[in-house]
Write a protein that binds this ligand. Structure first.
Ligand code: BGC
Length: 339
């Protein structure tokens, strides 16, 4: 395994592994200039290989779940690995989080980064087509971390790449994230069944604990006795982002997170139509984190920008099918500042 370090001149530092493209640490200054690592993970590289809830990893070929690991495309039914109860999750048994990426560093005037490449062979985890993917991580002097995803395939195949970093803006290991104030630019979300597969409904957030259109603490309503929160044991849902109808493919604000004690703010901008907000409900403290940290439930959150879960089985959702000759392109920008 190889490790790469990127720094900017404002105190940000990023460590990336070729294994899974994992972001192993992300140091960000707080309002006093103190730098903390804001992502959950392990100290030792081997720990990521042993067992990890996708800490910091690239997710592919398909972010989130595909019901029963089955979908039909061009009249053919494909069977994928099922690795989450009855469903397929995050690309299967050996998804893009568990492969070794070929990494090439680059430097520009106001940024530096890494180009990660992986070619997924035809049939891998049950998916059709040879899928060539490139993921570029760029750290800018503007305190942005940019993820650019590109891909081509020689056969039609669903593709939905994302990044699975778990954040705690007070610093990893600094307790739970319930006091973080979250804003989501989403008027609706996709409710799920008890196995966390979208029912197909697009439900308005008005009057529900899923309304984050104004800044609200993650913990403010997470304990409500509500069916969707019960299914996810908290938040584990895809939010339908409000996109500019005139420019649906350009980046727009998806989320803003503010952590009051440190003053850190993270904004998420994306070209994607959805974001999975997961409040780390399934973290259970059994896997010791960095310096032995116990990551209890809700000690980190993810904001996975992506197309909607189980899209291959929902005609009404934006399509995730990549056809030969077309290019998959997706961009997400994390912007850090303090308040
Ligand atoms: C999913 C959760 C899952 C977690 C895996 C998230 O993206 O939405 O349901 O448990 O990844 O650690």
């Amino acid at each position: 395994m190889r490790q790469y370090t990127l720094k900017n001149t404002h105190g940000m530092e990023l460590r990336v592994l070729d294994y899974g493209g994992i972001i192993a640490s992300l140091a960000v200054p707080d309002r006093t200039g103190r730098v903390d690592d804001v992502v959950l993970g392990f100290d030792r590289l081997e720990d990521y290989e042993r067992s990890s809830p996708y800490y910091g990893a690239i997710i592919g070929r398909f972010g989130n779940r595909i019901a029963r690991g089955r979908f039909t495309l061009d009249g053919r039914t494909y069977t994928l690995a099922t690795n989450d109860g009855p469903n397929h999750l995050h690309g299967g048994v050996k998804g893009f989080d568990k492969v070794v990426w070929e990494v090439s560093p680059f430097e520009r005037q106001d940024s530096r980064g890494l180009v990660l490449r992986y070619t997924s062979p035809d049939g891998e985890e049950g998916y059709p087509g040879t899928l060539r993917t490139t993921v570029t991580y760029t750290l800018t002097e503007g305190n942005e971390l940019i993820f650019d995803y590109e891909g081509t395939s020689d056969r039609a195949t669903p593709v939905n790449l994302t990044q699975h970093s778990y954040f705690n803006l007070a610093g990893e290991g600094a307790g739970n994230v319930l006091g973080h104030e979250l804003t989501l630019n989403a008027n609706s979300f996709t409710p799920v069944d008890s196995t966390l597969i979208p029912t197909g409904e697009i439900r308005g957030v008005t009057g529900t604990p899923f309304d984050f259109r104004a800044p609200t603490a993650i913990g403010a309503r997470i304990g409500q006795d509500e069916e969707q929160l019960r299914y996810g044991r908290g938040y584990d849902h895809n939010f339908v982002l409000d996109k500019d109808a005139g420019a649906p493919a350009s980046t727009s604000l998806a989320a803003r997170v503010f952590e009051p004690s440190s003053g850190r703010v993270m904004e998420v901008h994306t070209t994607e139509p959805g974001v999975q907000f997961y409040s780390g409900n399934f973290l259970d403290g059994t896997l010791r984190g960095k310096r032995g940290a116990v990551y209890s439930p809700r000690s980190g959150f993810t904001l996975e920008t992506q197309h909607f879960p189980d899209s291959p089985n929902h005609q009404a959702f934006p399509s995730t099918v990549l056809v030969p000759g077309a290019e998959y392109r997706s961009r997400t920008v994390l912007r850090f500042r303090v308040r």
